[in-house]
Design a binder for this molecule. Structure first.
Ligand code: NAP
Ligand code: ZN
Length: 362
């Protein structure tokens, strides 16, 4: 066991603050990684504030972060895929049983024994797993991804969650070339959804509550933008979509979007507001419409997504911040004020001011 530096929250009302945490020594199949960048996902904020309590209550202290990019520093004796110096990524999962039907289908995210990168029971050290707002992490090589060498690392980190969470449902839905695809919410997930749907040749329409994001939406690959608070703009698209991906993090009316689907078309939810949705059943019946959900993606598909991004030179648009600005970043996330993902430069955790604060904590 060794000590790593991290940022953690002590309760749902506490800010994130410097902390020291334990990490395990590498066992046979483990890879030790120096974390270079970690994206800030809205799920980090939801869990720091215990907003997923109905499904998975937060255990404190919590160290969030599941959009991790780093460099391998050490490997266990049985590791075959990685060596020190390799650039790698870690997403939302660090373990699963690898034997159940879900794992065998490459869908580890649905394994009943899956371990999340943070806030899951830690079967090695006891307590809970700690995530990527830290300078290092140790992960079983089967949950470590290869990062294409040609991509900007700060922009790669968000691919590990925002990237796969949008790539997976867009691909599963089928051939969307030439189809009309809606992306609801232009945040971390939404802007990746626009890039992928545009890259696959769809006619992309972005629904946003932020009129000032209209120009960016077009630059990112949208063909049209709609300000969702404008009823006239919304009305124009009734019954016209083949697929809608809803990435919104807060309560909103999804009936307005269900009404925009063609017959048999699908609205997939990836956003995870705390409050339940009120769905108008008749809106589904008329048009035989579908509503479904999607959760990240399996390890094999995440690697496929990273390789696709390497080939097509796709990364997230990021605002790089030092970790000392993480609490401010959370407040901005709540105001939809991020273009379009915060990526924490973990070198800042080594900086003198952070160190000084760490020492006063001890
Ligand atoms: P984000 O960067 O904060 O983006 C969310 C966007 O939703 C905002 O930028 C905003 O876009 C829109 N929005 C916010 N409040 C709204 C409101 N009251 N009404 C309508 N629109 C609103 O968040 P994110 O990191 O992309 O995550 C989005 C959601 O997905 C979160 O709930 C997160 O927990 C969830 N998530 C799910 C998975 C999964 O596997 N399913 C994975 C990762 C994250 P505009 O300014 O354009 O309106
Ligand atoms: Zn996430």
């Amino acid at each position: 066991m060794y000590t790593a530096k991290a940022y953690s929250a002590a309760s749902k009302t506490s800010p994130l603050a410097p902390a020291k945490i334990n990490r395990r020594d590498t066992t046979d199949r483990d890879v030790q990684i120096e974390i270079l960048f970690c994206g800030i996902c809205h799920s980090d904020l939801h869990q720091v504030r215990d907003e997923f309590s109905s499904l998975m209550p937060t255990v404190y202290p919590i160290v969030p972060g599941h959009e991790i990019v780093g460099r391998v520093t050490k490997v266990g004796p049985a590791v075959t895929k990685f060596k020190p110096g390799d650039l790698v990524g870690i997403g939302c999962m660090v373990d699963s049983d690898l034997t159940c039907p879900e794992c065998r289908a490459g869908l580890e995210q649905f394994c009943p024994n899956m371990t999340l990168t943070f806030n899951s029971p830690d079967k090695h050290l006891g307590g809970t797993t700690y995530g990527g707002y830290s300078d290092s992490i140790v992960v079983d090589e089967r949950f470590v991804l290869r990062v294409p060498a040609n991509l900007n690392l700060a922009g790669v980190a968000p691919l590990l969650c925002a990237g796969i969470t949008t790539y997976s449902p867009i691909h599963r839905w089928g051939d969307i070339k030439g189809k009309k695809v809606g992306i609801v919410g232009l945040g971390g997930l939404g802007h990746m959804g626009v890039k992928f749907a545009h890259g696959l040749g769809s006619h992309v329409v972005v629904f946003t509550t932020s009129p000032d994001k209209k120009e960016d939406a077009l630059r990112l690959g949208a063909d049209e933008t709609v300000v969702s608070r404008n009823a006239n703009e919304m009305q124009k698209h009734a019954g016209s979509f083949d697929f809608i991906l809803d990435t919104v993090s807060a309560a909103h009316d999804i009936n307005a979007y269900l009404a925009m689907l063609r017959r048999d078309a699908n609205l997939t939810l990836v956003g995870a507001p705390q409050e339940p949705f009120a769905v108008n059943g008749l809106g589904l019946l008329f048009g035989r419409r579908n509503i479904s959900g999607s959760l990240i993606g399996g390890i094999r598909e995440t690697q496929e997504m990273l390789d696709f991004c390497g080939t097509h030179n796709i990364t997230a648009d990021v605002e790089v911040i030092p970790i000392q600005k993480v609490n401010e970043a959370y407040e901005r996330l709540l105001r939809s004020d991020v273009k379009y993902r915060f990526s924490i430069d973990m070198a800042s955790l080594k900086s003198e001011s952070a160190l000084a604060r760490l020492e006063t904590m001890e």
